[in-house]
Design a protein. Structure first.
Length: 226
């Protein structure tokens, strides 16, 4: 009888140890900042098309050729794209992860190339403009279904955006904001978009950046048309 009790106690202690180890391993593999993302879904489908108006503002400083002591403001690099209309095609939506944190969401969703683009008349956009404009749009194309979850992944604002930069998110009454801010020392680099709460489609996507050492200010905006 005593032997049977000892065996039972040893078995119980072994089971308890296994459970404790399992919890320890689970806490390592699944840290507390990982969140269940099963509520997220795409509000758009591959093959959907979106048309945006491109609005370009900004300048590039240069030396006045007639007076080297003066600086003049020239048109920004993206000026040829101003007031054009661009058609974006949703080509490749990523599978949404089962659990997410801010880093996973940025890597597997935000920075995943989801679209391709051409001018509205189907002509090709010059490559030096196309890739940049396309990236600005697809970074702001979001899944829907749980805006409080997405809002919890990133801060609303920051006082420290040095390398590697900070992703930002905010929920408004009629839209959701997703963006990124980086202070590389001699510049402010940022992009962001206000997104439809119904579809996850960017209503406006915008890059506002300034490079002090070279005298460049960028304000490139995509405004949803259809």
């Amino acid at each position: 009888m005593a032997r049977r009790n000892r065996v039972a106690l040893l078995t119980a202690a072994t089971i308890a140890t296994i459970i404790l180890l399992a919890f320890c391993l689970l806490s390592i593999w699944n840290p507390s900042d990982l969140r269940d993302a099963s509520s997220l879904t795409w509000g758009v489908n591959e093959g959907d098309e979106l048309v945006y108006l491109v609005v370009i503002r900004g300048y590039r400083e240069s030396i006045d050729p007639e007076n080297s002591s003066n600086m003049i403001l020239g048109p920004p690099f993206f000026a040829p794209m101003n007031n054009t209309r661009v058609r974006f095609n949703v080509t490749n939506l990523p599978s949404l992860p089962l659990v997410i944190d801010g880093d996973i969401f940025a890597e597997e969703v935000l920075n995943y190339s989801k679209t391709e683009c051409r001018f509205e008349n189907e002509s090709e956009i010059p490559s030096m403009f196309r890739d940049y404009i396309n990236r600005l749009l697809y970074r702001c194309l979001l899944p829907v279904g749980d805006w409080p979850l997405l809002d919890s992944l990133h801060p609303n604002e920051t006082e420290d955006a040095f390398y590697p930069g900070v992703y930002l998110s905010r929920t408004y009454a009629d839209s959701f904001y997703i963006g990124y801010l980086l202070w590389p020392g001699d510049a402010i680099i940022s992009w962001g978009g206000n997104v439809s709460l119904t579809t996850g489609i960017p209503i406006v996507a915008e890059d506002v950046s300034e490079y002090y050492s070279v005298g460049v200010y960028i304000n490139n905006r995509l405004i949803l048309v259809t």
